[in-house]
Design a protein around this ligand. Sequence first.
Ligand SMILES: N[C@@H](CCC(=O)N[C@@H](CS)C(=O)NCC(=O)O)C(=O)O
Length: 276
Amino acid sequence: MTSHSSYIPPKIWQQTISGGAFANINRPVSGSTHEKELPLGKHPIQLYSQGTPNGIKVTIMLEELLALGYTGAEYDAWLIRIAEGDQFSSGFVEVNPNSKIPALLDHSGKTPLRVFESGSILLYLAEKFGALLPRDVATRTEALNWLFWQMGSAPFVGGGFGHFYVYAPEKFEYPINRYTMETKRQLDVLNRRLAENRYLAGEEYSIADIATWPWYGCLVQGTLYDAGEFLSVKDYPNVKRWADEIAARSAVIRGRKVNRTGNDGVAERHQASDLD
Ligand SMILES: N[C@@H](CCC(=O)N[C@@H](CS)C(=O)NCC(=O)O)C(=O)O
């Protein structure tokens, strides 16, 4: 293994410019950097997000609800450009004090209700519409087990593996090994679960699958970090079978386009026809 022993941590850490893809937005304090209100559209549900794996969990969920006929799930999706620091506007921080997308405001009640953290948003929407979360206690608990598993595990993939394999200013062997090991272990956890079950909670497609597919499904399909070969994703055939089935769903095809710039997406979504 290559040695990187030249760095000795100082007594007290001070912020330095460390380079890498997110160096210009990383900071050690929270709160807003500038005054700016969030835009407001015509639907009760207002989503402030970007089409990252955490962001598309919510747009896939909303498109699934619309596909099931829940017209109350119509939504405006506004683009928050995280590389440009939109998540630090005063308006965004009021909706999510943690300055991360996705964040949602529901205006259908007396006062607007804020919902942040993708897992909380999925659970909120599932309960609001009574859909995509099994009703019997055992299966519902299993769905929540996997939803919370995903929320705890995916940061090792995104903040760990993806960060060091793709975004860090140099390729450092130690963190790439550490997070590759953990990412492969997690893929193996899913592969074993999906060997016995069609979906994560069992026979029913649920918010557990919606939360997990944008990370692990896209990893095995090679669309996240272009790391399929590096991770030997062929070793996880059950995850691939599950990922392919979910990727073909019309709501997934629609939801993954939202809040993306470039040819394959729409920066903002305000009505169904924006995605047609
Ligand atoms: N646990 C959060 C994580 C959200 C998150 O990490 N969002 C990223 C994009 S995927 C973000 O907004 N990053 C901007 C930043 O770190 O400043 C969730 O699931 O909602």
